[in-house]
Design a protein around this ligand. Structure first.
Ligand code: 0O2
Length: 232
């Protein structure tokens, strides 16, 4: 038997005794099940918030013959990205601590045509008596240094289960089509690892300029709509 064979045999033995052991399987089962349940609750919370926005859109369509919402994109944070955040925040990897400290596991992104609709929809949501505002970050009034704009709300929304009511946190991001276009492009570039530093700096300047231009465009389109509505 060669040294390599010996190492491989040792590895196989280790896997059998640890990763495939009954005790390890038991630990896995104990932790995976509650995590799956928690993720299902977050999916329900997304459904609740999505429905609230869809109802508002429907009402505006009926009453004013216009749709303030262009689209809704929702997502649940992946387990990998969640684990990374838990590690970076240095918090315990327990269900309770995850629920308390991570506020963006459930994310609902609402895309509007006009900036004023963002604030109108946010107000309508926050007026609802089952919604509690936990945090508000207005990156439209105060854009991030790179140029990012959006209105972020962390809200708590109840989900009704068979025998209990559970309040779940949802991150709502409201933005215009232009803000969304900018953020999607910037996000893609940020994750491209092979951009040389000089090109990255140039792109950051270019992106900042695009953010300023798109903010101006949003404002001009808003002004046009306001002027048009004077004639209605
Ligand atoms: P993903 O994949 O979109 O979920 P926190 O999340 O509270 O620990 P922070 O920075 O205080 O961190 O939260 P903040 O500012 O509310 O932003 C969180 C989310 O907003 C991000 O989630 C992005 O979706 C979006 N965002 C914030 N800043 C930028 C930006 O400069 N560019 C782009 N494209 N998006 C941004 P994640 O978890 O980073 O990513």
């Amino acid at each position: 038997m060669t040294f390599k064979d010996l190492i491989n045999e040792g590895k196989n033995q280790f896997v059998k005794e640890t990763i495939l052991s009954d005790e390890f399987m038991e630990i896995l089962k104990k932790n995976v099940e509650p995590m799956d349940t928690l993720m299902a609750y977050y999916r329900c919370a997304i459904m609740e918030v999505e429905t609230k926005f869809k109802v508002l859109n429907e009402q505006f369509s009926l009453e004013y013959d216009r749709n303030p919402i262009e689209g809704i994109k929702s997502r649940i944070k992946s387990v990998e990205s969640l684990a990374k955040k838990v590690r970076d925040k240095n918090i315990p990897m327990t269900i309770q601590s995850i629920e308390e400290n991570i506020t963006d596991i459930a994310g609902v992104r609402v895309i509007c045509a006009f900036p004023e609709d963002i604030y109108m929809l946010a107000d309508c949501l926050l007026q609802q008596d089952d919604i509690t505002l936990i945090q508000k970050k207005d990156y439209i009034q105060n854009p991030k240094p790179g140029g990012y704009r959006s209105l972020h709300l962390i809200v708590s929304v109840p989900i009704f289960l068979k025998n209990e009511k559970r309040n779940m946190k949802v991150e709502v991001q409201l933005r215009t089509i232009a803000m969304d276009f900018w953020a999607s492009l910037e996000h893609k570039l940020r994750y491209k690892k092979k951009i040389p530093p000089q090109a990255a700096d140039e792109l950051a300047v270019e992106l900042k300029d695009c953010a300023l231009q798109s903010a101006k465009l949003d404002q001009r389109m808003q002004d046009i709509r306001n002027r048009l509505s004077e004639f209605e």
